[in-house]
Design a protein around this ligand. Structure first.
Ligand SMILES: [Zn+2]
Length: 118
């Protein structure tokens, strides 16, 4: 599956974005946050991600090494994306594939990432 354009966002609709991302390589993670949220993540460079609305509608949450900026909707609480960077400093966005319009998360085949021990 090549990268495709999707729209997505939070539950209440305050946060909306458009993103080009490849859903063939999704990840679920067992770290203290992801295992609670159940996010299925797909990563893409920040320049493939555009906020349509809600740039200021999120609350930012940092934990552990404080590298990943988790943005959840201040109204409905759904975290539909987070921001980070690759080891070489390239800004990337982690999309929660569960928050994309028209995507059935049951059809995704995520790899398991051992975030608990990293
Ligand atoms: Zn919301």
């Amino acid at each position: 599956m090549p990268a495709q354009v999707y729209q997505g966002g939070c539950q209440c609709g305050a946060v909306r974005y458009e993103v080009t991302v490849d859903l063939d390589s999704t990840v679920i993670c067992n770290c203290s946050r992801c295992r609670r949220l159940g996010s299925i993540m797909a990563f893409t460079p920040s320049n493939q991600f555009e906020m349509l609305s809600g740039e200021h509608a999120t609350t930012e949450y940092l934990f552990n090494k404080q590298i990943i900026h988790h943005h959840f909707c201040s109204t409905c609480g759904v975290q539909s994306f987070s921001r980070g960077q690759t080891p070489d400093g390239t800004p990337i966005v982690a999309i929660n594939a569960r928050c994309l319009d028209g995507v059935d998360p049951e059809q995704l085949k995520p790899k398991h990432y051992d975030g608990k021990n990293h």
